[in-house]
Design a protein around this ligand. Structure first.
Ligand code: UDP
Ligand code: MG
Length: 321
C-alpha cells in the first residue's frame, strides 16, 4: 500500500504580490484533502524561492510562521524555473509519497489537484495536468505557445501537448527523475521518459492572478531551443540530410554545366554563381551553429555543475501534526 503524504511544490520568482493568495488557496486545498482523508496530515506546501529580487522570501517566512502547513526553500540565487522546480521536487521526494508541482501565479486550477490525487490513489505514478483550452491566454501567447509544441514535436522533442509543469509525480517517479543527471534540464521532456503508469487530468487555465509573466518571448525562445537540443539530435540529422540534398543538387548542376559547355552555350553566369556562394555559405554557417549548440551543451554537461544550491529550508518538522 502506498503512502498518502502530499507535497505541493511551487517555484517562485518575484511573486510577493500573488503569494499570500496562493498560500491561502493551497493551504485550504490541503486542509480539505486532509479532512476528506485522502492525504495524510504530514502533507505540506513547499514554496521554492528562486533568488527573487523582491520580498518573496520574507513573505514565505511570514506565511510559514502563520501556518505550519506552508514550508519554504530558499535557493542561493536565481537558477530559472526548471532548476527551482527540480530543487523543490528533490527536497520533497524524501518526505512525500506524491508531489504536485504548480506555478505560483494561480493560472493552474488548484481544484484539479483533487482529481490528480484520486488518480494517484487509483495507481497512477505520473498525472499530467492538461489544459483543455487557452481561452484566457492572449492571442499572442496562445499562438506562440502552440507553435512551440508543434515545433518541438517536429524537431523530435516529445512532450505532452498543452501540458506545462502542473503535474503529480509519485515518489517512485521522482526517484526515477533523480537518476537523470543532466545539467541542461527540460522537465517537460524528461518526465515522459520515466515511464510507469501515467494519466491526465484536464483543467481550464486562468489568467495570472497578480504580477506579470516571467516568460517574455525572448525567454520562451531560449526555452524552446533548450528543450530541443536537450531532448533530440534530430537537428543534427537534418543537417546531414541537407548536406546530401545540396550535394546532389551540385552534381546535377555540374552535369548541366558540362552539357551546356559541350553544346557551346557558355554564358557568364555571375548572378547564379554569387547566389549559390551565399546560399552555401549560409547553409554552412547554420549547420555549424547547430553543431556548436550541441557542443556547448556537451561542454556544460561535462562540467557537471550543481543544478541548484540551497540557502535555507523552512520545513514542517514540527510537533503539531
Ligand atoms: N519562475 C521561477 N524562476 C524564474 C522564472 C519563473 O521560479 O527564473 C517561476 C514563476 O515564479 C512562476 C513559474 O516559474 O511560478 C512560471 O512563470 P510564469 O507564470 O511567469 O510563466 P508563464 O505562465 O507566463 O509562462
Ligand atoms: Mg504563469
Amino acid at each position: 500500500m502506498r503512502g498518502n503524504t502530499l507535497y505541493i511544490v511551487v517555484p517562485c520568482y518575484n511573486e510577493e504580490e500573488v503569494l499570500p493568495e496562493t498560500a491561502r488557496r493551497l493551504g485550504d486545498k490541503l486542509k480539505s484533502l486532509m479532512n476528506a482523508g485522502k492525504i495524510s496530515p504530514r502533507s505540506r506546501v513547499l514554496f521554492v524561492n528562486d533568488g527573487s529580487k523582491d520580498g518573496t522570501w520574507a513573505v514565505i517566512s511570514r506565511l510559514h510562521g502563520e501556518n505550519s502547513l506552508l514550508c519554504g526553500l530558499d535557493l542561493s540565487r536565481n537558477r530559472g524555473h526548471q532548476n527551482a522546480l527540480l530543487a523543490g521536487l528533490m527536497t520533497a521526494k524524501d518526505k512525500a509519497d506524491m508531489v504536485i508541482s504548480m506555478d505560483a501565479d494561480l493560472q493552474d486550477d488548484v481544484d484539479a489537484a483533487d482529481a490528480m490525487v484520486d488518480k494517484y490513489l487509483a495507481g497512477a505514478d505520473i498525472v499530467y495536468g492538461v489544459r483543455s483550452s487557452r481561452k484566457t491566454d492572449t492571442f499572442f501567447k496562445r499562438t506562440t505557445a502552440e507553435a512551440f509544441y508543434r515545433m518541438m514535436d517536429l524537431l523530435g522533442a516529445e512532450t505532452v501537448f498543452n501540458h506545462a509543469d502542473y503535474r503529480l509525480m509519485s515518489r517512485r517517479a521522482l526517484e526515477g527523475l533523480a537518476q537523470f543527471k543532466e545539467v541542461n534540464l527540460f522537465l517537460r521532456g524528461i518526465v515522459p521518459m520515466i515511464g510507469y503508469a501515467t494519466d491526465t487530468v484536464e483543467y481550464e487555465r486562468g489568467e495570472r492572478f497578480a504580477g506579470e509573466s516571467k516568460y517574455p518571448l525572448k525567454k520562451m525562445l531560449a526555452f524552446a531551443l533548450e528543450g530541443i537540443t536537450s531532448l533530440s539530435v534530430k537537428p543534427l540529422r537534418m543537417i546531414t540530410g541537407l548536406g546530401f540534398l545540396v550535394f546532389f543538387a551540385s552534381i546535377v548542376m555540374i552535369v548541366y554545366n558540362v552539357v551546356r559547355w559541350a553544346t557551346g552555350n557558355t554564358v557568364a553566369g555571375w548572378a547564379s554563381l554569387a547566389c549559390s556562394v551565399w546560399f552555401i555559405g549560409g547553409l554552412i554557417l547554420l549547420s555549424l551553429g547547430v553543431i556548436g549548440e550541441y557542443l556547448g551543451k556537451l561542454y556544460l554537461e561535462s562540467k557537471g555543475r550543481p543544478r541548484f544550491l540551497i540557502r535555507e529550508v523552512l520545513d514542517g518538522e514540527r510537533d503539531d501534526d
